[in-house]
Design a protein around this ligand. Structure first.
Ligand SMILES: [Zn+2]
Length: 312
């Protein structure tokens, strides 16, 4: 990975634009946050439980530390699901351009999980490390990057959704609220299960709904030709485009709203399993993947025109 190597060695490139976006994501921090969010203390982060509330406080404190502002009056975006109080955590890094800051990118991931699962060897806590502490950590690290770098002309919303495992409830709720505000949404970029590398692929992560927009093509172009995002046939066969929090945004806004993942059904055996624990994830890979998302996202946040579009 050309870009990452440069970043690690602290050398300079001949491309000043890329120089300015080089970033190092700490694998130690990624590992620590993964461990915490998927610890037994969280009890599987089921919507409405004390466990997920602790996860929410953890995310809020990170946002506060980084100087990410609450998008609404507070970070919490509350809603009811089946009589249970739930909340998304929503932060904002405002755009630096007086006009373009009225356009928004959402970088999201669900932070809830299923709580308890089918008991195996006395363990019944479905820790949800890959699904989706991994995506949550990705959003936390990207929020950290943009709040420090301050190099985004467009505004970026960092959204951690609850109620995903109950049917995309949190993202549906936030979609409705933002639609009611007539938000000018440019792209919704959702992270799901990015904790293990893909095998024998010429790209780093796949994009759901690949053919629906030119997002992957543009993103790779923005990444100095690095093939960060690719097409996974199984994602299309299994309609993954409709199975995560990108989908409500697509439905309401009809803009590129897609999920990025590395889970390809053969590289991780613990989907919705009590053994979905952080010890089985690859924090080093994750840190490098998150680093590789940064150039594409920076460019997305800064082009004069909205170059990423739905395909007809
Ligand atoms: Zn998930």
């Amino acid at each position: 990975m050309f870009f990452t190597v440069i970043a690690c060695k602290g050398q300079t490139t001949k491309n000043p634009e890329l120089d300015s976006v080089k970033a190092e994501v700490s694998k130690v921090e990624v590992k620590e946050d993964l461990d915490y969010l998927s610890s037994d203390e969280m009890m599987g982060r089921e919507t409405g439980t004390k466990g997920i509330e602790e996860a929410a406080v953890f995310i809020e404190n990170k946002f506060k530390d980084f100087g990410v502002k609450p998008f609404f009056e507070t970070y919490k975006d509350s809603f009811m699901v089946n009589g249970i109080q739930a909340f998304n955590i929503v932060g904002l890094v405002e755009g630096k351009d007086p006009q373009l800051k009225n356009q928004f990118i959402i970088i999201g991931a669900h932070y809830d999980h299923i709580g308890l699962g089918k008991e195996v060897d006395g363990d019944s806590i479905a820790n949800g490390a890959n699904d989706n502490a991994a995506g949550t950590v990705g959003v936390i690290q990207l929020a950290k990057y943009f709040s420090k770098a301050g190099n985004n002309k467009r505004s970026i919303i960092f959204a951690l959704f609850s109620g995903e495992e109950m049917g995309l409830k949190g993202s549906k709720h936030l979609t409705e609220k933002l639609k009611a505000k007539d938000l000018d949404l440019y792209v919704m970029f959702n992270l799901e299960m990015i904790g293990v590398p893909m095998k024998a692929k010429d790209y780093e992560a796949y994009l759901t709904g690949f053919e629906k927009s030119n997002l992957a093509e543009k993103f790779n172009e923005y990444s100095n030709g690095e093939k960060v995002l690719g097409f996974l046939p199984q994602a299309q066969q299994m309609s993954l485009f409709r199975r995560s929090d990108n989908y409500p945004f697509y439905g309401a806004f009809n803009v590129p709203s897609q999920t990025v993942s590395t889970f390809d059904f053969s590289n991780y055996p613990y989907y919705h399993h009590v053994d979905d624990e952080s010890q089985f994830l690859d924090a080093e890979f994750m840190a490098s993947l998150i680093e590789d998302f940064i150039p594409g996202l920076v460019k997305m946040a800064n082009t004069n025109e909205k170059e990423i579009k739905m395909n007809d």
